[in-house]
Design a protein around this ligand. Sequence first.
Ligand SMILES: [Zn+2]
Length: 255
Amino acid sequence: MTSSDHRILGPNDGPAAEVINPQGTAPICLVCEHASAFIPASLADLGVAPEHRLSHAAWDIGGLDLAKALSKKLDAPLVASRISRLVYDCNRPPSAPGAFPERSEVIDVPGNVGLDDAARAARVNEVYDPFRTLVKTTLNRFSTPPALVTIHTFTPVWFGQPRDVELGLLHDADDRLARAMMANRPDGLEAQLNAPYSVTDGVTHTLREHAIPRGLQNVMIEVRNDLVSDPAGVARFTDILRTMLTKALATQEAL
Ligand SMILES: [Zn+2]
């Protein structure tokens, strides 16, 4: 097979990633790796059953709405993927099995079973590389080193188990911003460090790839998706996160 046999994005599919509010002036770069459920027509929904096609397996439900609202409130640039994580999970390196998930929680992804090297390479070239490049070039445009903040949502029930945590603040080797945000959490919010996932689940790829080598403050934010399922919820969490981030970064500057 030639590489053209594996071409994924069609002429009308648009770019794999975008920057929203590129002129934003806050010293914060927002990233949303799981912003979109879009699967290009060439991949025929990857064989995912229609009832699961827009589930949390395909994207972070409410994640882009929240990230966009934060981008506006903070006046910060936002880099967002425009392709479903079932095609390529932009928060995973190409070497990770989870970059092309064959199964997500209880949902099968038949179109990812038995991918050959050429099919994997096409997804890396067309989805991951443009996203990664856009994060890099966006970070390069800041005049002072920004904080890198990734925005995610998680499903309220995982393998049948309800999750009590409402807000997760995840970190990799650099825990400064996650801990400073925890110290500024509002009363009555079930916020936890490194929940419902942590570095051992391999979820800190973007932080590790783009923030830690540059010495940037960074955090991965996970919001339970039932709390941002409508505009009122998005507005509430936009205010909560904006306040926590602003206070945390002010504390860090004062150190
Ligand atoms: Zn996510």
